[in-house]
Write a protein that binds this ligand. Sequence first.
Ligand SMILES: [Zn+2]
Length: 348
Amino acid sequence: MTSTKTTGPGADRAATPPGLRVGVDIGGSKIAVLVVDGDGTVCARRNVPTASAEPDEAIAQIAAVIREAVAEAGATMADVEAVGLGVPGRVDSATGDVTFAVNLGWQHLPLGRRLATALGVTCIVENDVRAAAVGLHRAAPFGPTDDLVYLGIGTGISAGVVLDGRLHRGVRGLAGEIGHIVLDPDGAPCACGLHGCFETIAAGAGIARAAREAVASAVSSGEPTSLSSVADPTAADVFAAAAAGDLAAGRIVDRAAAAIARMVHELVLAYDVELVVIGGGISRAGHPLLERVQAGLDRIGAPSPFAAELLAETDVRLVGSDHDVGTRGAIALLGPDTKGVVAREAVG
Ligand SMILES: [Zn+2]
């Protein structure tokens, strides 16, 4: 119903004491694996470059890194209770199949079933951002709340929404795909086919595109930018240049931060949550980014006592770099103490 449970040969182990749990975060650039014991204590972690676009290779690669991490914990797969996986794509809640994982090059991959067969353990698959929202609800690093949004901003943008303590997936499993909300109909083309989507302004590729445009216009306008000295500037380069006082970079970051602030406001209006956590690659920009987002929220609230009060009552945070939001989220899918976020009893 709200997550996917795929049964492998060794899945029927309900009578055994809690064993190791493995969380896997499959990202656009790396696979991160975290192994914890029954108390949640970290036993091992592994990071390897991202999965192959070829399905058989990808399954073999993911299974291998999981086995390596479990071995590093001094254990074997027989000691593993279950594996949770967060994947940047659309996850079919009935089958564990992953579709439209564009950044990984997967059109259709029965990830849950294939991995459960390969590893001999239960595998639960969820969209990575939604898994992260579940993990934040469970770990409560900013204090307990049953209503929160995790806004994942990296290569793309989407939101994981927990309402009344439960992950909100929607009928298609697409609730929170706000990266494709159009903020500027005359803006840059988006991979989805529309123009001026939130992603084109605030995600990594959009910020890099704005940097290239700033470099090009620096030549014609005569306003220098330090980005000109960087070959193929990335979003990280833009944030670094802005922090160093580069005006062109600062404008790009301000535009992204204003768009993030606008989406935070709209998420709060839509879902009435009390906590919005910003994570993903953009969170490495750290406190200066959060300050700019907060300035954007203050501008939204300035003419509106209603908006000002709403935003004042909303806690907006950046996920800490020490919080394994992806892998912890994947582990949080495994319950049984998920406080109802994932209805484990409903997925068997
Ligand atoms: Zn789009």
